[in-house]
Write a protein that binds this ligand. Structure first.
Ligand SMILES: [Mn+2]
Length: 357
């Protein structure tokens, strides 16, 4: 076990009422926590509905109701979990970029060409935000902590993945990386509405720029366009799509989900980056997400997949949870409730990760 006993708060009672304003009610800060959540308040390119940039308070609030016992991760929280403050620079950039994106969408929706100045500015700001995310994630990893990014829209994964892969490959230069994605969407367009950093093109961008990825496996897919399908089909060794309907049909024929998960995980290399777009789950579990799609994985489907991943002793180099839009800060907000529980699990997947300062 890598649990650092020194970090335990001996006076902390995990069965008592949670501490207000703290993620999962836990009494840790950046300095004494092994597991760090980086919130990224960025949703400027969201094409249908924004809001994922402003979910942190609701998720922290909802996380306080979680009892810390976990069905398969034990008491990993004792090594410390903390969430960083949202970066004011990214908030500002999001504020500047959102009207630019709105103008682009407005033009395109009325059949006009995209406005050149707005498009250039939007892509410039998006690149800055990408670089900022990458730098923040790299600092967390260099500080010897594990990485979990809380979006924001799905485009935030690109900067987080770059940092996680860069950090891992610096010590394992010949390794390949698996990118395991839970999502309703492939996000494999070359660009979306001219936006090279769009949430709808993030996986394409990562695949095109990160040759270390040997296997990108997407689970729960049920909304894709011709360009995405063509791209996926033209890279059969590298991209593995498990559509929601494929999964339904296999399970309907009598195969178990546990066996299906074992097949998925056994095909992945040792080093894994895990990206969960909450819209991969059933919309009833994330009704406010930007682009909800009927169908989707149940909560226990996701938990079983993550449990299978955990049992496989892979090296989890980084994680993210994106596209969570919360209705309000009440403890009854299902969006925040589900998101905080998923966070609690994906953070724990890295409990045995070897980290190096
Ligand atoms: Mn999605």
């Amino acid at each position: 076990m890598v649990r650092n006993k020194q970090l335990q708060h001996r006076d902390y009672n995990p069965s008592a009422v949670a501490e207000k304003g703290q993620l999962f009610g836990l009494p840790f800060s950046y300095d004494n926590a092994r597991h760090i959540v980086i919130p990224i308040p960025w949703d400027a390119t969201s094409s249908f509905k924004t809001g994922s940039s402003a979910n942190v308070d609701a998720i922290i609030h909802a996380s306080a109701q979680i009892d810390l016992g976990h069905p398969f991760l034990g008491d990993y929280w004792e090594a410390g979990i903390a969430i960083m403050n949202s970066d004011p620079y990214i908030k500002e950039q999001n504020h500047s970029a959102s009207p630019l994106a709105a103008q682009v969408f407005s033009n395109l929706e009325s059949g006009k060409p995209a406005p050149e100045f707005e498009m250039q500015e939007l892509n410039r700001i998006s690149q800055n935000v990408h670089d900022r995310i990458q730098a923040q994630c790299m600092k967390v990893l260099n500080d010897g902590k594990t990485l979990c990014v809380l979006g924001g829209e799905h485009s935030v994964t690109a900067g987080a993945f770059s940092a996680a892969a860069g950090h891992y490959l610096a010590k394992n230069p010949t390794a390949t990386i698996g990118l395991l994605v839970i999502d309703a969407h492939m996000d494999l367009r070359h660009h979306y509405a001219g936006m090279t950093h769009s949430h709808a093109s993030v996986m394409r961008r990562i695949l095109d720029t990160q040759p270390s990825i040997s296997n990108c496996t997407q689970v729960g897919i049920r909304d894709f366009c011709e360009e995405e399908l063509t791209y996926a089909n033209s890279h059969p060794d590298r991209i593995h799509i498990h559509t929601d309907y494929d999964i339904f049909r296999v399970l309907d024929s009598g195969q178990s989900w546990a066996l299906y998960c074992q097949t998925i995980v056994s095909q992945l290399p040792d080093a894994i980056y895990l990206s969960i777009d909450i819209d991969g789950l059933e919309p009833s579990l994330c009704p406010n997400t930007g682009t909800p799609v009927p169908g989707g994985l149940s909560y226990n489907h996701v938990m079983t997949l993550l449990h299978t991943l955990d049992n496989a002793n892979k090296t989890i180099i980084g994680t993210d949870l994106v596209e969570v839009v919360t209705a309000d800060v009440s403890g009854n907000c299902i969006n925040a409730n589900v998101a905080s529980r998923l966070l609690y699990t994906i953070l724990g997947l890295q409990r045995l990760q070897r980290t190096h300062v």
